[in-house]
Design a protein around this ligand. Structure first.
Ligand code: MG
Length: 446
C-alpha cells in the first residue's frame, strides 16, 4: 500500500516537470480569472452546516458561502457519477453521450475523442489545466484519460474508490498516464489531492490556471485522513466531509496569501446526492426526497457555493435553478472562448447571475440517470413520467405521472397532477420531444 510521503514525492516530481516556473503569484486584471471546480462525490444537499446539517462542522465552506453565493437549487445533471462528470466537463445532458450509468474498471467505453471538454477549451485559451482526483470517464484506453482530454496534469484514481479488491481488480493511482502505485491507502487521498492541487496552483504565474478537484470522498468506503479520525460529531461520514472542508480552507488561504483571491473563481458542488441506504456511512439530502441514483430531488439537487471576491457580492442566497452543465458554458465564456458550434450545448452562462443580475428563465431542465429521461422541470413545476428510487420505495404507490410545485414543495410530498392537467400535458410534450430529439442525435458510439 502506498504511503503519503512516497506519493507526494512522486507526484510533486511529475508536476515539477509539467509546470516549470516561479513559486510566486501575481494578480493581473487583464488576464482571465483562475478557475477552481471542487467536485465532491455523493455529498448530499443537507451535508453542510450552511445547508442546515446540525453536527457536521464546515466552517470554511460556510465562510465561503458568506463571502460569496450559496445556491438553493444547484443541480447535477445526473444522479450517477460518470454521467454527472460527463455533463460537468462537456456542458451537455448525459443522454447525448451514451453514458447510461457508471463505468466499471473493464468498461470498454470512455470519453470519446470527439467530445469537447472544458479543459480543452480552457487550454486553448491559455490556461494551465490540472485534474486531481476521481476521473471516472473511462480508463481502459489512453484516449479516455485526462491528459488526452485537455488536462496538462493529472493525479488520481481513474474510477470509483469502491471498485477495489477483492470484488474488483487492483486499482491504480495514476500520475498523468503513468501508474504511481496500486491500491493506495485511501485515508491519504483527500490530503494528496489537496496538496498536488496547491502545488500545481503555485508552480507558474505566467498563465491562469484551471484546477478540477474531484474528491473521492464522501463516496463509500469512507477513509478520513489520520488527523480527521474522530474529528466530527457526525461519525466517520462527518470526518471525511470535515477533511474536505479543511481542504477548501487551505486552498482559499493559499489564494489569499498569494493575493489572488480576487482573481479566482471557486465553485464547490457534488456529482450527485447521498447514499441514504448506507446508514451512518451515507449522507443527508436534508428535506429532499431520496438520494443518489434517483430523479427525486435528493438524487440531483446538491450543495452549490461560488466565491469570487470583488465580482460576486458577499452573502447572497441564490434561488434560481442552475446546474453543473452551466459550469462548462460559464467558465469557457469567462476565458473568452466561444462555444463549439457543431453540437448542442445545454449549459447556460451564469455570469450575469454571479454579478448580481437575473438570468433569463431556464426553459426546462431534464432529469435522467443516463439514457432515459424520467422527469422534467419548467419554472416551479416538475413532472415525473417515470420514478426511480435508491431506497426501492414506491412513494406514491405506482401513481404516474406525478406533478410537484417545487417552490412550494421541494420535498415532493404533494402531487398536483389532478389539479393541473394542462401543466401535466405541457410537460409531457416537452419530455417526449426531448426524448425524440436525443434519440435522433444518437451517440458517438453508434
Ligand atoms: Mg457520485
Amino acid at each position: 500500500m502506498l504511503r503519503l510521503r512516497n506519493l507526494l514525492v512522486t507526484a510533486a516530481a511529475v508536476l515539477a516537470v509539467l509546470c516549470c516556473g516561479s513559486l510566486t503569484y501575481t494578480s493581473d486584471d487583464h488576464r482571465p480569472p483562475n478557475l477552481i471546480v471542487i467536485f465532491c462525490d455523493d455529498l448530499g444537499y443537507g451535508d453542510l452546516r450552511s445547508y442546515g446539517h446540525p453536527t457536521i462542522a464546515t466552517p470554511h465552506l460556510d465562510q465561503m458561502a458568506r463571502e460569496g453565493m450559496l445556491f438553493t437549487q444547484f443541480y447535477s445533471a445526473s444522479p450517477a457519477c460518470t454521467a454527472s462528470r460527463y455533463a460537468l466537463l462537456t456542458g451537455r445532458y448525459p443522454v447525448r453521450s451514451g453514458f447510461d450509468w457508471v463505468l466499471y474498471p473493464k468498461s470498454e467505453r470512455g470519453l470519446h475523442p470527439k467530445e469537447h471538454t472544458l479543459a480543452e477549451g480552457l487550454k486553448t485559451a491559455g490556461y494551465r489545466t490540472g485534474c486531481f482526483g476521481k476521473w471516472h470517464l473511462g480508463s481502459t484506453k489512453p484516449e479516455y484519460l485526462p491528459l488526452q482530454n485537455g488536462f496538462d496534469a493529472y493525479v488520481g484514481l481513474p474510477y470509483s474508490n469502491d471498485m477495489i479488491p477483492p470484488k474488483w481488480p487492483d486499482i491504480a493511482l495514476l500520475s498523468g498516464n503513468d501508474t504511481l502505485g496500486m491500491n493506495p491507502d485511501q485515508s491519504l487521498l483527500t490530503g494528496l489531492y489537496t496538496q498536488v492541487a496547491l502545488d500545481f496552483m503555485q508552480q507558474d504565474d505566467a498563465a491562469p490556471f484551471f484546477v478540477y478537484l474531484p474528491f473521492a470522498m464522501p463516496h463509500v468506503p469512507l477513509y478520513p485522513g489520520e488527523a480527521f479520525e474522530g474529528h466530527s460529531r457526525a461519525g466517520t461520514y462527518g470526518d471525511v466531509v470535515e477533511e474536505i472542508d479543511d481542504a477548501v480552507g487551505q486552498i482559499r488561504s493559499a489564494l489569499d496569501q498569494a493575493g489572488l483571491a480576487e482573481n479566482t473563481l471557486i465553485l464547490f458542488t457534488s456529482d450527485n446526492g447521498p447514499w441514504i441506504i448506507k446508514g451512518a456511512d451515507g449522507g443527508s439530502a436534508g428535506h429532499l426526497r431520496d438520494g443518489k441514483g434517483s430523479t427525486w430531488e435528493g438524487g440531483m439537487r446538491v450543495p452549490g457555493i461560488a466565491c469570487w471576491p470583488g465580482t460576486i457580492a458577499p452573502g447572497q442566497v441564490q434561488r434560481a435553478p442552475v446546474n453543473t452543465m452551466d459550469c462548462y458554458t460559464t467558465l469557457l465564456q469567462l476565458a473568452g472562448q466561444d462555444l463549439p458550434e457543431d453540437r448542442l450545448v445545454d449549459g447556460q452562462n451564469l455570469l450575469p447571475l454571479l454579478r448580481g443580475d437575473t438570468l433569463a428563465d431556464r426553459p426546462f431542465f431534464y432529469y435522467g440517470p443516463g439514457n432515459q429521461l424520467q422527469s422534467v422541470r419548467k419554472g416551479p413545476w416538475k413532472l415525473h413520467q417515470i420514478t426511480s428510487s435508491q431506497t426501492g420505495i414506491d412513494y406514491f404507490d405506482g401513481q404516474l405521472p406525478l406533478l410537484f410545485n417545487l417552490d412550494e414543495d421541494p420535498g415532493e410530498r404533494f402531487d398536483r397532477a389532478v389539479e393541473y392537467p394542462e401543466v401535466v400535458a405541457e410537460l409531457q410534450l416537452l419530455l417526449k420531444a426531448q426524448a425524440a430529439a436525443t434519440e435522433k442525435e444518437g451517440t458517438y458510439w453508434d
